[in-house]
Structure formats: structure tokens, C-alpha cells
Write a protein that binds this ligand. Sequence first.
Ligand code: PLP
Length: 430
Amino acid sequence: MNFIFLPVIILYPIGTYLICVLLKNQYIRNNMIQELKESKETVEHADRLVKLSKAIGKKLKLSDDNIFELELATTLHDNSRIRKGRVIYMRYIDLRSDTVTQPTKSMREAMYIAEVGDDVYQDDPTVNELEALAAKMLGKGAALFVPSGTMSNQLALMCFTNRGEEIIVSADCHIFAHEVGAAAVLSGANLRQLSFEKGIYDAKMIEKAIRPDDIHEPRTALICMENALANGNVFSIEIMEEVYALAHKNGIAVHLDGARVFNAATALNVDVKELTKNCDTVSCCLSKGLCAPVGSVLAGDTKVIAKARKYRKMLGGGMRQSGILAAAGIISLKDMTKRLKEDHDNAKYMAKKLIELEGIEVDLDSVCINMVFFKLNRPEELLDSLPEKMLENGIKINGCELGEFRFVTSNDVSRDDIDYAISTFSKFIV
Ligand SMILES: Cc1ncc(COP(=O)(O)O)c(C=O)c1O
């Protein structure tokens, strides 16, 4: 064999391979650019934009007006001229609620690989794991994964009451004000509403509202508390303990609507079990500030959770391969509970920026979690126009309700977002 051909024999396949890779990359790049041109320079999904920026080796930059820009100075395949393009992707800053949070990347990955079974047979390993974790973290014997906070609350009401019995609630609470009268329909129960100052529970008022054993009166079967409160406030463990003690002294169960119980624990700087150890059931939402796409958990002793499981089936909430959803919920409990302080600090930061604006009234002491409520002294017409004007600038807000705006921070809202949102807001309220 002639050794002169040896380098050719070795280099030929390597060279061919490199040319193929080069051609393939060029093909992908050209296709993306073509696709971009066809989409009239608007890219709807951030993922595509990121992919594209990587393919052409250019960095994304965020312009002042909250638009992602990607400068394309590249040789296009039509007639090899240098052109400049601009890609626009409108990312909304959503201050409407913490229910709008997007599932995180690790949640999406966990959901993709989740091992599932049939949860009505109770053999979905991921749901079982979530329920065991929730029970442990909330200090209870068992937990049940349910589709929503509303169902979780209503299951507790069904478990503890008979038709015609009474439940003591706050006049502002979610169970009374925002659950479409479900207590009347599902439990046939009477809701006795008490109006607390700033929504903060008062054990003495509750004690007075407990019915005596009288032939004319409904039996008080349940007391419901909510912490954190939907008005953004958090009240103390001492008040909660007073209510637990007086309820149990009178043989009455307590359900805690803890849709944001981890926010409350974060605000009080205690382990969540300090708030839940003496309630009979607690409901906790995974799909608010904790970012899961769907779901809540109801925790209590094994007997009450077995009863709730049957009622959940009755309401059509028995789910099958729900481990797909539970996989995200596990990350909510394990990881997302640990970062809530960041949302709370951001809310305080936002409140301080708002207070600097003329005509805005914020009660800073009430900014305990991720919500900022404020009054704005302006004509009604201007107030009504604000959601639309903000939307045009990439910011979603709710309208003024009962004289107040509510801005909410979450995992998807950064300090930069807050700066941009408040400076935009300030321009529209002059
Ligand atoms: C305090 C409280 N409880 C319960 C719920 C109900 O949760 P869901 O919307 O999942 O039914 C909410 C919803 O915002 C809430 O704020």
C-alpha cells in the first residue's frame, strides 16, 4: 500500500462530515430567517426568539419600551445582500394576580417525565408523593390533591357540616364572597358573616357568634379562617390560636383557607406548621404564587381526608393521570415556597415607588405579602382608562374596584418590571 494516500483516506471522511454539519446549520439558519420574514417580523413565542438568537449567534436585548429586539445583520439567502431586521416579541408584565403565574421550566420538565397511574385507584405515584409531602409540610395525617382552591374549601365545608347548620365566616372571605354560593348548594349550610376591622379576625366576636344549644337556632358546626387575607394582610399566630382554642372548647371544627398560607408563614417568618398545627383542615393553593398550573391541596387527619376524597369524587373531581399536574405541585411545595420573600420584598418596593406619586394612598403596614392595594385620587374617567393604556404598553392590570387598585408581584415580575410598570403608570396619571 502506498502511504502517500493515508492522509487522504483519514481526512476525507472528516472533511465530508464537517461540510455536512456546515450545510445543515446554514439550512436551519436560512429556514429560520425565512420563517421570520414570513411572520412579518413578529415572533410570538419567546422560545423561538431565543432559538433564533442562538442560531445566528446574536444576543437578545431588551429595549426601553419593553420590547425584545434582535438585530439581524446577516447575509440573506435571496440575493446575498446585507440587511437589517427587527424582531419584536411583546412580553406582558402581569400585575393582575398571582394566579397568572406561569409554570417554571423545571415544572414543565418534571411534568414531561412524571410517572403516572390512575389516581381514582390511588395508584398514581406522583399524586401520592405530592399528597404525602403536603401532609408532612402542613403537619397533618393526610392530604388530598384537588383541582382548585374553591373545591378544597367546599370539601372541608361538606365534611364538617350537615344541612341547616351554621358556619362562622368573615364577611370579606373567599368562601363567602367568591365561591358562587357553593356552601348553600353543596352543604346546605348557613354562612354567618362577621365584619372584622381590616378583615383581621377577632376571637371575641367569634365567641359571641357561636350559637347556644337552643331549639330555635342552627348548630354552629364550623369556623372558617383565612390567612393570608385576600386584602394582602396577615394576622398573628396568637389570634389564630385564640380562635382554635375557643372553637375546640365548644366542640367546633376550624377550617383554614390557606390559599396563601405559605405567604402568611413567610410574612410571619415561621414554619407553616405553626399556623396549621391546630386547625382541623387547611386548604393550600399550588397555582397562585407557587406557580403550578393547576391545583390545591386539602390537608387534615386521615378520617376527614378519606371523607373528602369521596366527596371529591361526587363533585367530579376524581382525576386519573393527574400525576402530570402533581409533578408541578411537588416543585411548588419544595422550591417555590422558599422564594416567596422575594415577591413580598418586591411588593414593598413597588408600594414605596407608588407612594412617591402624587395623589396615591397606600397603607404600607398592610403590604404583608405580594399584594399592594392603593387608592388613586383622580377623575373616574381617567381611572377607567388605565387598564387599556397600560395594556398598550405591555402591562396587564385590573381596573379600580371599590375605589382601590391592586397590583400583585410574583415569580414572573422582576424589579426591572416594577420600575418599568410604575414609570409607565406615572405617565398616565398626570
Ligand atoms: C383566599 C382564597 N381562597 C380560595 C381561592 C380559590 O382558589 P381557586 O381560584 O383555585 O378556586 C382564592 C382564589 O383566589 C383565594 O384568594
